[in-house]
Ligand binder design. Structure first.
Ligand code: ZN
Length: 284
Protein backbone atom coordinates (compact mmCIF):
# COMPACT_ATOMS: atom_id res chain seq x y z
CA UNK A 1 0.00 0.00 0.00
CA UNK A 2 2.44 2.60 1.12
CA UNK A 3 5.42 3.64 3.05
CA UNK A 4 3.90 6.17 5.43
CA UNK A 5 4.40 8.95 7.94
CA UNK A 6 4.27 7.57 11.48
CA UNK A 7 2.79 10.72 13.01
CA UNK A 8 -0.50 10.53 11.06
CA UNK A 9 -0.72 6.78 11.68
CA UNK A 10 -0.44 7.32 15.44
CA UNK A 11 -2.86 10.23 15.69
CA UNK A 12 -5.51 8.06 14.02
CA UNK A 13 -4.72 5.27 16.50
CA UNK A 14 -5.00 7.56 19.51
CA UNK A 15 -8.31 9.02 18.43
CA UNK A 16 -9.77 5.58 17.69
CA UNK A 17 -8.24 4.04 20.84
CA UNK A 18 -6.02 1.32 19.45
CA UNK A 19 -2.23 1.08 19.29
CA UNK A 20 0.07 0.51 16.36
CA UNK A 21 2.61 -2.23 17.07
CA UNK A 22 6.24 -1.25 16.53
CA UNK A 23 8.26 -4.43 16.14
CA UNK A 24 12.06 -4.60 16.13
CA UNK A 25 13.53 -6.50 13.23
CA UNK A 26 16.99 -8.07 13.01
CA UNK A 27 17.11 -9.09 9.36
CA UNK A 28 15.02 -9.25 6.15
CA UNK A 29 13.11 -12.32 7.38
CA UNK A 30 11.91 -10.61 10.55
CA UNK A 31 10.93 -7.57 8.45
CA UNK A 32 8.91 -9.84 6.20
CA UNK A 33 7.31 -11.47 9.26
CA UNK A 34 6.14 -8.04 10.46
CA UNK A 35 4.66 -7.10 7.09
CA UNK A 36 2.99 -10.49 6.59
CA UNK A 37 1.45 -10.32 10.08
CA UNK A 38 0.14 -6.80 9.44
CA UNK A 39 -1.33 -7.86 6.10
CA UNK A 40 -2.96 -10.93 7.60
CA UNK A 41 -4.55 -8.77 10.30
CA UNK A 42 -5.23 -5.71 8.08
CA UNK A 43 -3.29 -3.50 10.51
CA UNK A 44 -0.98 -0.49 10.11
CA UNK A 45 2.47 -1.38 11.38
CA UNK A 46 5.87 0.05 12.28
CA UNK A 47 9.09 -1.79 11.55
CA UNK A 48 11.69 -0.76 14.12
CA UNK A 49 15.44 -0.96 13.82
CA UNK A 50 17.86 -0.72 16.68
CA UNK A 51 21.14 1.11 16.24
CA UNK A 52 22.90 -2.27 16.35
CA UNK A 53 20.85 -3.56 13.40
CA UNK A 54 21.46 -0.38 11.39
CA UNK A 55 25.20 -0.76 11.96
CA UNK A 56 25.13 -4.44 10.97
CA UNK A 57 23.46 -3.91 7.58
CA UNK A 58 24.12 -0.25 6.83
CA UNK A 59 21.44 2.37 6.20
CA UNK A 60 21.15 1.91 2.42
CA UNK A 61 20.68 -1.85 2.50
CA UNK A 62 18.20 -1.81 5.38
CA UNK A 63 16.02 0.97 4.01
CA UNK A 64 15.97 -0.67 0.56
CA UNK A 65 14.78 -3.96 2.08
CA UNK A 66 12.00 -2.33 4.11
CA UNK A 67 10.87 0.06 1.37
CA UNK A 68 10.62 -2.80 -1.12
CA UNK A 69 8.44 -4.74 1.33
CA UNK A 70 6.37 -1.65 2.20
CA UNK A 71 5.71 -0.70 -1.41
CA UNK A 72 4.39 -4.20 -2.15
CA UNK A 73 2.38 -4.37 1.08
CA UNK A 74 -1.39 -3.95 1.15
CA UNK A 75 -1.27 -2.13 4.53
CA UNK A 76 0.65 1.01 5.65
CA UNK A 77 4.18 0.24 6.79
CA UNK A 78 6.62 2.67 8.43
CA UNK A 79 10.30 2.41 9.31
CA UNK A 80 11.42 3.75 12.68
CA UNK A 81 14.86 4.10 14.24
CA UNK A 82 14.60 3.03 17.89
CA UNK A 83 16.58 4.59 20.82
CA UNK A 84 19.46 6.56 19.35
CA UNK A 85 21.61 9.24 20.95
CA UNK A 86 24.07 9.50 18.07
CA UNK A 87 23.00 12.58 16.08
CA UNK A 88 25.19 11.63 13.11
CA UNK A 89 23.53 8.24 12.80
CA UNK A 90 20.09 9.84 13.12
CA UNK A 91 20.99 12.20 10.28
CA UNK A 92 22.18 9.26 8.14
CA UNK A 93 18.89 7.41 8.72
CA UNK A 94 16.80 10.50 7.92
CA UNK A 95 18.74 11.11 4.71
CA UNK A 96 18.57 7.42 3.76
CA UNK A 97 14.78 7.40 3.97
CA UNK A 98 13.60 6.28 7.43
CA UNK A 99 10.08 7.58 8.05
CA UNK A 100 10.60 8.08 11.78
CA UNK A 101 13.50 8.39 14.25
CA UNK A 102 13.83 8.38 18.02
CA UNK A 103 16.28 10.65 19.78
CA UNK A 104 16.93 9.16 23.20
CA UNK A 105 18.68 11.87 25.18
CA UNK A 106 16.80 10.85 28.33
CA UNK A 107 19.99 10.05 30.24
CA UNK A 108 21.16 13.65 29.83
CA UNK A 109 20.02 16.55 32.05
CA UNK A 110 16.62 18.00 31.05
CA UNK A 111 18.01 21.06 29.23
CA UNK A 112 20.42 18.93 27.20
CA UNK A 113 17.61 16.51 26.36
CA UNK A 114 15.54 19.45 25.09
CA UNK A 115 18.43 20.85 23.03
CA UNK A 116 19.29 17.50 21.41
CA UNK A 117 15.64 16.73 20.68
CA UNK A 118 15.16 20.18 19.10
CA UNK A 119 18.19 19.56 16.93
CA UNK A 120 16.72 16.28 15.64
CA UNK A 121 13.29 17.85 15.06
CA UNK A 122 14.96 20.58 12.94
CA UNK A 123 16.93 17.93 11.07
CA UNK A 124 13.81 15.82 10.37
CA UNK A 125 11.30 18.49 9.32
CA UNK A 126 12.53 19.07 5.74
CA UNK A 127 12.19 15.31 5.11
CA UNK A 128 8.73 14.95 6.71
CA UNK A 129 10.24 12.44 9.13
CA UNK A 130 8.47 11.82 12.46
CA UNK A 131 10.50 12.34 15.66
CA UNK A 132 10.04 10.49 18.96
CA UNK A 133 11.64 11.70 22.18
CA UNK A 134 11.85 10.29 25.70
CA UNK A 135 11.59 11.73 29.17
CA UNK A 136 12.53 9.81 32.32
CA UNK A 137 14.72 6.72 32.01
CA UNK A 138 13.29 3.32 31.08
CA UNK A 139 14.95 0.48 32.99
CA UNK A 140 16.73 -2.29 31.04
CA UNK A 141 19.14 -2.67 28.16
CA UNK A 142 18.40 -1.34 24.70
CA UNK A 143 21.45 -1.53 22.47
CA UNK A 144 24.25 0.50 24.04
CA UNK A 145 21.90 2.25 26.48
CA UNK A 146 21.98 0.45 29.84
CA UNK A 147 19.72 1.74 32.61
CA UNK A 148 19.80 -0.09 35.92
CA UNK A 149 17.06 0.10 38.54
CA UNK A 150 18.87 2.78 40.56
CA UNK A 151 19.31 4.97 37.48
CA UNK A 152 15.79 4.47 36.16
CA UNK A 153 13.17 7.07 36.97
CA UNK A 154 9.71 7.90 35.79
CA UNK A 155 8.98 10.90 33.61
CA UNK A 156 8.33 14.09 35.56
CA UNK A 157 4.75 15.09 34.66
CA UNK A 158 5.58 18.77 35.22
CA UNK A 159 8.35 18.57 32.65
CA UNK A 160 6.40 16.47 30.13
CA UNK A 161 4.37 19.31 28.67
CA UNK A 162 7.38 21.64 28.70
CA UNK A 163 9.49 19.02 26.88
CA UNK A 164 6.88 18.38 24.20
CA UNK A 165 6.03 22.06 23.75
CA UNK A 166 9.61 23.27 23.53
CA UNK A 167 10.90 20.48 21.29
CA UNK A 168 7.75 20.07 19.14
CA UNK A 169 8.47 16.36 19.13
CA UNK A 170 5.77 14.33 17.32
CA UNK A 171 5.77 11.22 19.50
CA UNK A 172 6.38 11.32 23.23
CA UNK A 173 7.76 8.34 25.17
CA UNK A 174 7.38 8.94 28.93
CA UNK A 175 9.01 6.42 31.29
CA UNK A 176 5.98 5.02 33.16
CA UNK A 177 7.43 1.89 34.78
CA UNK A 178 7.63 -0.43 31.78
CA UNK A 179 11.04 -1.98 31.05
CA UNK A 180 13.22 -3.25 28.21
CA UNK A 181 14.01 -6.96 28.21
CA UNK A 182 12.25 -9.59 30.31
CA UNK A 183 10.28 -8.45 33.39
CA UNK A 184 11.39 -9.81 36.76
CA UNK A 185 8.02 -10.22 38.43
CA UNK A 186 4.95 -8.08 37.90
CA UNK A 187 5.88 -4.56 36.75
CA UNK A 188 4.38 -1.57 38.52
CA UNK A 189 2.98 0.70 35.85
CA UNK A 190 2.27 4.31 36.78
CA UNK A 191 -1.13 4.57 35.09
CA UNK A 192 -1.87 7.79 36.97
CA UNK A 193 1.26 9.31 35.47
CA UNK A 194 0.29 8.16 31.97
CA UNK A 195 -3.19 9.62 32.47
CA UNK A 196 -1.74 12.94 33.63
CA UNK A 197 0.73 13.09 30.75
CA UNK A 198 -1.96 12.16 28.21
CA UNK A 199 -4.25 14.90 29.50
CA UNK A 200 -1.50 17.45 28.75
CA UNK A 201 0.06 15.98 25.63
CA UNK A 202 -2.38 15.78 22.76
CA UNK A 203 0.04 14.19 20.28
CA UNK A 204 1.04 10.56 20.01
CA UNK A 205 2.33 8.70 23.07
CA UNK A 206 4.63 5.68 22.81
CA UNK A 207 4.78 2.84 25.33
CA UNK A 208 8.11 1.01 25.45
CA UNK A 209 8.85 -2.46 26.82
CA UNK A 210 5.82 -4.33 25.44
CA UNK A 211 7.28 -7.82 25.93
CA UNK A 212 5.71 -9.57 28.91
CA UNK A 213 3.00 -7.02 29.71
CA UNK A 214 -0.45 -8.45 30.37
CA UNK A 215 -3.45 -7.93 28.11
CA UNK A 216 -4.96 -5.84 30.91
CA UNK A 217 -1.95 -3.52 31.02
CA UNK A 218 -2.04 -3.06 27.23
CA UNK A 219 -5.75 -2.29 27.40
CA UNK A 220 -5.32 0.33 30.10
CA UNK A 221 -2.32 1.96 28.42
CA UNK A 222 -4.24 2.21 25.14
CA UNK A 223 -7.37 3.56 26.82
CA UNK A 224 -5.23 6.23 28.49
CA UNK A 225 -3.68 7.39 25.21
CA UNK A 226 -0.86 4.98 24.27
CA UNK A 227 -0.87 4.86 20.46
CA UNK A 228 2.45 3.10 19.73
CA UNK A 229 3.60 0.02 21.60
CA UNK A 230 7.13 -1.28 21.14
CA UNK A 231 7.90 -4.99 21.11
CA UNK A 232 11.51 -6.03 20.66
CA UNK A 233 12.54 -8.80 23.07
CA UNK A 234 9.66 -11.15 22.20
CA UNK A 235 10.35 -10.85 18.46
CA UNK A 236 14.02 -11.64 18.97
CA UNK A 237 13.32 -14.54 21.35
CA UNK A 238 10.73 -16.06 19.03
CA UNK A 239 13.06 -15.82 16.05
CA UNK A 240 15.88 -17.49 17.97
CA UNK A 241 13.71 -20.11 19.71
CA UNK A 242 12.16 -21.14 16.41
CA UNK A 243 15.65 -22.01 15.17
CA UNK A 244 16.22 -24.37 18.13
CA UNK A 245 12.77 -25.83 17.59
CA UNK A 246 13.48 -26.44 13.91
CA UNK A 247 16.73 -28.27 14.64
CA UNK A 248 15.08 -30.41 17.27
CA UNK A 249 12.45 -31.47 14.75
CA UNK A 250 14.80 -31.70 11.75
CA UNK A 251 18.32 -32.45 13.04
CA UNK A 252 19.62 -33.49 9.61
CA UNK A 253 18.30 -30.52 7.65
CA UNK A 254 20.97 -28.27 6.16
CA UNK A 255 18.76 -26.21 3.87
CA UNK A 256 18.99 -22.61 5.16
CA UNK A 257 16.12 -21.35 2.99
CA UNK A 258 13.68 -23.75 4.63
CA UNK A 259 15.05 -22.92 8.07
CA UNK A 260 14.72 -19.16 7.53
CA UNK A 261 11.17 -19.53 6.19
CA UNK A 262 10.24 -21.53 9.31
CA UNK A 263 11.72 -18.83 11.57
CA UNK A 264 9.86 -16.12 9.64
CA UNK A 265 6.53 -17.94 9.91
CA UNK A 266 6.90 -18.57 13.66
CA UNK A 267 7.81 -14.92 14.22
CA UNK A 268 4.79 -13.83 12.18
CA UNK A 269 2.50 -15.81 14.51
CA UNK A 270 3.88 -13.97 17.53
CA UNK A 271 3.50 -10.56 15.87
CA UNK A 272 -0.08 -11.35 14.91
CA UNK A 273 -0.87 -12.13 18.56
CA UNK A 274 0.41 -8.68 19.59
CA UNK A 275 -1.62 -6.97 16.86
CA UNK A 276 -4.71 -8.70 18.31
CA UNK A 277 -3.86 -7.36 21.79
CA UNK A 278 -3.31 -3.83 20.45
CA UNK A 279 -6.66 -3.67 18.63
CA UNK A 280 -5.08 -2.45 15.38
CA UNK A 281 -6.33 -5.41 13.34
CA UNK A 282 -9.09 -4.63 10.82
CA UNK A 283 -8.25 -0.90 10.77
CA UNK A 284 -7.16 -1.03 7.11
ZN1 ZN B 1 12.39 1.36 24.16
Amino acid sequence: MSYVNVHDMLLAARSEKYAVGAFNIVDPMTAEAVVRAAEAKRAPVIIQTSVKTVKLYGCASLVATVKTLAEKATVPVALHLDHCKDLDLIRSCIEAGWSSVMIDASTFPFEDNVTMTEEVVNMARPYDVTVEGELGAIVGVEDDIHINEQESHLADPEQALEYVTRTEVDVFAPAIGTAHGVYKGEPTIAFDLLERVASQVKGAIAIHGGTGLSDEVFKRCISLGGAKINVSTQVKHSFRDSLSEYFQQNPQDYEPVKILAYMRDKTQEVIESFIDKFGSGGKI
